[in-house]
Design a protein around this ligand. Sequence first.
Ligand code: BG6
Length: 520
Amino acid sequence: MASPAVAAHGSHQPENPLVAGLERLPVAPTALVIFGATGDLARRKLLPALYNLAHEGALPQHFHLVGVSRKDKAHEHYRAECEQAIRAHSRHTPDEDVLRGLLQHVRYVPGVFDDPGVYAKLDTVLDGFDERAGERLNRAFYLSTSPDFFPVIVGQLGGSGLSRRAGTEVRVIIEKPFGASLEEARELNARVLSVFDESQVFRIDHYLGKETVQNMLAFRFANGMFEPLWNRNYIDQVQITAAEDIGIGSRAGYYDHAGALRDLIQNHMLQLLCHVAMEPPGSFTAEEVRNEKVKVLHAIAAPAPDDILEMAVRAQYAAGHSGGEDVPGYLEEQGVPSGSITETYAALRLEVDNWRWAGVPFYLRAGKRLARKVTEIAVTLKPVPHLAFSQDGSLGVQPNQLILTVQPNEGVTLRLGAKIPGARMIIRPVNMEFLYGTSFLSQSPEAYERLIMDAMRGDPTLFTRNDEAEAQWCICDPIVTSWAHTPGLRAGGLPQYEAGSQGPADAASILREGHAWRAI
Ligand code: BG6
């Protein structure tokens, strides 16, 4: 039976000739099981992504979704919740036929994740899909629960025999955070790999699904002009920023155990760094791309305890003003334990000790409740060696800078020096810009759309490999440990920054002489 979602195939294909290369890649019939089916991530990202895939005719001919969560509820009840989530968060206005077609193939299985009965029920539901389809569907298990349940669910999938099935592909998609320390990441890897082969495992880092992050590789490896400059001889510093204007919202339970370093730097920002610093892979196969990224991570020395104070900074937001309103400080947010020393801002200075990058500082910073939302990579070249202009003319000369903006206003900006029109030779910086929106006249798909498709197709290129996750932790673990053992640097807690500001003044202390943070 072909679902109406599929019957709509083709009717929503993008008509924009500038994105004509986006033809659908084939994906085998699949049953997708979401553990944590009623959680925030499922509602805000996963269900809307699935709808958008259906809307564009990209889901396979036979596609079924099973939600698994603790609360007891009927299939209809869960379908109504899915519909609500899709209407609230989808980037496409739902087409009623497509939506109905998708929801018709949704089922719900209630239960606690450590109960073998849940997996027996799942088995029956999944077998039912196969019978009706007259073929064995691939199976993908999406772990979108609290990380405490990852080992539990993986163990139960193994114990129930659901982790392997002759004649079909079985895959497991694991959300972040992948462990809260190096030790935990290792334990989790060992657990996962005792049940699944690495080729079945898809560790999510949603930044890798962002168009602009993938474009960094196109930018570097499809253009010859930057490569000769892309090294320590010409590049003075790299700044990677992931600033958010939002606070922690209702996520205190998760965030207070994570903090900015674990939440954004250990995964997303180190991925961005790898995209800037990696060598060109021989080919764009999953293994070669990931091999190159792992080499970068291995070239970053784990910080020594004595160095941490001068290469890492943390702080917490205090009350302030954001988005036109007064907002509370972190310690006043609902659910945050009093006296918490969890950082909502972290900045690091790292070095990639290899032939290409030795000596070039990579500055990383991430924070909540900053002046605005912006994710960008700014690569600053060394100053020109000699200024031949008169004193006045030279004043406006600044080093060239290349800014890759991941979000918002996705694009690339090149800062150049140009003469101001007039009789005198006076120079000031100007920008050459490429903007996705204007060049391709299209709306980029959400990261989760790409990642769910790739996982269902079995392409792991945009997922974190086991050794990659551990290599990321090798860099962050000493900092996490040091911070845990030196709570509150001054009486009363961590240094604070005002909500809506540029972050803590102290962040400048990790910069080399002559460097300054870019304004957020
Ligand atoms: C998530 C973090 O991984 O990334 C969140 O847990 C953060 O705290 C989010 O807000 C940022 O993602 P994006 O796509 O909005 O930059």
